[in-house]
Design a binder for this molecule. Structure first.
Ligand SMILES: [Zn+2]
Length: 258
């Protein structure tokens, strides 16, 4: 027990040293970052969201296009959980690191907007965001807020005020490409970074999971903090398998305390 605690503290200190030396550190976050906020992993088979559905089918663009009612029914419990969720200590700690200039940008696979709510400013949402809706016919974007209540309580499918077509949550479904501009910004951030902090992503969803390879090709340090191992753990400078809501605040404290 003593040994484990020492090892964790040593790893946190090593990660803190690397972060302090960096000038353009970029963080990459995934579903594990929001599970302490009570949001299930959108793509995980164990989240309970898939019990009666094949994920590749129901969360796909074709289901959305041809059976929107089915899609919106399936999506409702997830939307409700995200709507009720609050940023956790790891979100706030990362925002502090950004404010203090130790992290310049965050690339996230999450669609919940919790990084921004915690105060992070430079956030690239490569899988989109549930805070926006886009008309499927005229492409007008809308803030999701006013459509959310009738959808969550009355199952009312959101429609466009100007052309009456269905509004799509601005999130990346299966069969869909990542948002081009955001993805380019994420790639550029990694190309210009001098450290990559990967937190709460198991690096299973491509192409985002390939970003650490770009970092490795440039020989910049990698820090990985995640509950479970990733495919790139052995190439990282520091690997911590632990609870993000505990580890990230401790890391931030270590970086910011001097
Ligand atoms: Zn429209």
């Amino acid at each position: 027990m003593m040994l484990e605690a020492d090892t964790l503290q040593t790893s946190i200190q090593k990660a803190a040293r690397l972060l302090k030396q960096a000038r353009k550190a970029v963080s990459l976050t995934g579903a594990g970052y929001s599970t302490p906020s009570g949001i299930p992993d959108f793509r995980s088979a164990h989240s309970g969201l898939w019990e009666n559905n094949d994920p590749l089918e129901v969360a796909s663009l074709s289901t959305f296009r041809f059976h929107p009612k089915k899609f919106f029914e399936w999506f409702r419990p997830l939307a409700a959980q995200i709507h009720a969720a609050l940023p956790n200590t790891a979100h706030y700690a990362l925002a502090q690191l950004e404010k203090a200039g130790h992290v310049v940008a965050t690339i996230t696979q999450n669609i919940d907007g919790l990084h921004q709510r915690a105060g992070s400013e430079q956030v690239f949402e490569v899988h989109g965001s549930l805070t926006r809706l886009v008309c499927t016919a005229c492409y007008t974007p809308y803030a999701a807020q006013e459509y959310l209540e009738p959808y969550l309580t009355e199952a009312k499918i959101p429609t466009c005020p100007s052309c009456a077509h269905i509004l799509k949550p601005d999130v990346v479904l299966f069969e869909e490409q990542l948002p081009f501009k955001t993805w380019k910004q994420a790639e550029t951030a990694v190309a210009q970074s001098d450290l990559l902090l990967i937190a709460g992503s198991s690096l299973l969803v491509f192409p985002t999971a390939s970003l650490p390879i770009r970092a490795l090709e440039r020989g910049i340090p990698l820090i990985i903090i995640n509950k479970t191992p990733t495919y790139i753990d052995e190439k990282a400078d520091v690997v911590i398998h632990g609870d993000l809501a505990e580890v990230i605040p401790r890391l931030a404290l270590e970086v910011l305390s001097e």
